[in-house]
Design a protein around this ligand. Structure first.
Ligand code: NA7
Length: 548
């Protein structure tokens, strides 16, 4: 509160009302729910700008073959509406992209959200204006809009990146990035296809493309530890049973550290006799979903020897499943342990490499040097393709923010500020960026993402209600609050094996300038602790914010 004297108050003679109470960027899961809460619960005038031509965010853009949930469908959907839970039937334990996109459209229509969303409206810039205490938002089209509040719902994995390789534009065949997959049908029959990238996306796409492509060449830089997804259809009867269990399902998600249905085993690895732990992993390997990743022994992510053991268990599985031992060796990670990067979930991925129409090419020591009009080249080998699929990931967490010219009070760009030091308050607010709230921002709880989103949206809504009820037109986190939270997040990362590994989770993307050094971009503490801390802020009357 000590800064109040220096705050600029809007000049009543010149200040005009902003066009909207709030502008939300993005109509994915977080943007949709935030719109509903602000419009229907707080009665605000809200506008959403969405760059896609439909709703869904991740589930709109990632329509590549094989795209599906890695979370159990019924733990992933919205929980806020009993009516919605009663009406919607999931047909698979891990919903495929088309069904999820249908679901999000259903939600949009059920709650009449479409009328406040402008599609194909890409936000180019958002500048805070001191004089009016409002945000000026500029679209690619050049149109400008103003709002008291800016809410970013841009997603943590929504800025696709391509390899920095010469000649990409020269390729004459079909070329697709998985995160920008076209709406028209793409077929692989009779085609020679290349897939570059073997992350969670690549693993799903490769398994599907291998079914019909004439020939598939997989270019792998570093392999990941994958675990069987074990998806199954959900019958009508089973869905009825699941519906009865919804309160229990959401309670479990609330209590779990990562908001998934799975929770770590309370035992440490070496407290369990060898035979028993092998049996435990065998059981987990056969369980659906993230059982083995987030449900492992509690020291799996902190004790190197423990992690080595579970890694060796999974390596053994890979060797059993891949016939050619040389190929199996290439598919087994050697630079990181199981679970220290995102674990892709697969449905027959390893068996793909036993097929005659599939070749695995390691580009770790022999990178792609050039894309040519007809294919691509390594130093001593050239390939011809009809199609190249880039499963090369995203400029994660801060990338979508970096792509918009967001400037706070004083005019500094958020990208520059975060380049100096990535600091936030609860991952939801940033110092010097008044009246801006972030959903799925850096340093916030993620995990099973819709669970975290619902919480974050409710928290933001309560903070805005507090502003409205008190007539505040200004809210910004204090320096002390930002330092506390950022320090807490950094501290929580210490000792985790995942913090020692290059991945999007540690802020690395070699295709993006300035993203070559590991940073603490994610909150890796538990979601219940996150909520406890965020709840305390609300309960305490938002003393961590400067308001006026
Ligand atoms: P990821 O997990 O970041 O994977 C990207 C993959 O692309 C990974 O195998 C990369 O190899 C590879 N890659 C990236 N750039 C290159 C270049 N230049 N050359 C060769 N290979 C490259 O992204 P996904 O889309 O799979 O998944 C993102 C998240 O979405 C996922 O974790 C889920 O949470 C949902 P690398 O490993 O860097 O050596």
């Amino acid at each position: 509160m000590e800064d109040l004297q220096s705050l600029t108050r809007p000049d009543p003679n010149t200040a005009t009302d902003p066009d909207f109470d709030a502008i939300i960027i993005g109509a994915g899961i977080s943007g949709l729910y935030q719109l509903l809460r602000l419009r229907d619960h707080l009665g605000m005038n809200v506008q959403v700008f969405e760059m896609g031509s439909g709703v869904g965010g991740t589930w709109y853009w990632n329509r590549y073959p094989g795209a599906r949930f890695d979370s159990e469908s019924y733990s992933y959907g919205f929980s806020f509406s009993q009516e919605l839970l009663d009406e919607w039937d999931w047909t698979e334990h891990f919903s495929p992209q088309p069904e999820t996109e249908r679901y999000l459209n259903y939600v949009t229509d059920k709650f009449d959200l479409r009328r406040n969303i402008r599609f194909s409206a890409k936000v180019k810039a958002a500048h805070y204006q001191d004089a009016t205490r409002s945000w000026k938002v500029t679209l690619e089209s050049g149109e400008n809009f103003t709002a008291r509040l800016l809410i970013t719902a841009v997603g943590p994995l929504s800025a696709p990146t391509f390899p920095k390789v010469e000649g990409r534009e020269s390729f004459q065949g079909e070329a697709y990035h998985t995160g920008l997959w076209p709406k028209h049908e793409v077929t692989f029959e009779g085609k020679r296809v290349a897939v570059i990238g073997t992350g969670a996306t690549g693993v799903q796409a490769i398994t599907e493309i291998a079914k019909t492509a004439k020939h598939l060449t997989v270019f792998q830089r570093r392999p990941n530890w994958c675990k069987p997804l074990r998806n199954k259809p959900i019958s009508k009867e089973e869905m009825e049973e699941i519906r009865q269990q919804y309160p229990e399902i959401f309670r479990k998600c609330q209590e779990s550290a990562t908001c998934f249905l799975h929770t770590p085993d309370r035992r440490n690895t070496f407290d369990v006799p060898k035979e028993e732990r092998e049996a435990f992993w065998e059981h987990q390997y056969n369980e659906p979903g993230f059982s083995m990743w987030v449900g492992g022994f509690r020291d799996m992510m902190t004790n190197r020897d423990a992690n080595d053991e579970v890694s060796e268990f999974v390596a053994k599985k890979i060797r059993e499943r891949v016939k050619d031992p040389r190929v199996a060796d290439l598919l087994i990670p050697t630079d990181h342990g199981f679970g220290t990067r995102r674990v892709p979930q697969e449905s027959g991925y390893y068996e793909v490499f036993n097929q005659d129409n599939v070749e695995l090419v390691s580009i770790l020591d022999d990178p792609i040097t050039r894309i040519t009009p007809t294919g691509l080249e390594q130093a001593d080998r050239s390939f011809e393709f009809d199609m190249i699929v880039y499963a090369t990931g995203f400029d994660a967490i801060t990338g979508a923010f970096d792509r918009i010219d967001i400037r706070g009070a004083g005019g500094e760009r958020l990208k520059e500020k975060w380049r100096r030091a990535l600091e936030t308050f609860l991952g939801m607010m940033v110092e010097d960026f008044p009246n801006m709230f972030m959903l799925c921002g850096p340093h916030t709880a993620l995990g099973n993402i819709p669970r975290s989103i619902e919480y974050a949206v409710d928290w933001v809504t309560d903070a805005i209600r507090f502003m409205n009820e008190n007539g505040y037109t200004y809210a910004e986190p204090t320096r002390a609050a930002v330092e506390d939270w950022t320090g807490f997040v950094i501290e929580g990362n210490k000792g985790l094996l995942s913090s020692e590994v290059d991945s999007w989770m540690t802020g690395i993307n070699r295709n993006v300038e300035g993203k070559q050094t590991r940073i603490v971009a994610r909150y890796s503490g538990s979601a219940p602790v996150f909520r406890e801390k965020a709840n305390a802020v609300a309960k305490g009357g938002y003393r961590e914010l400067t308001v006026d």
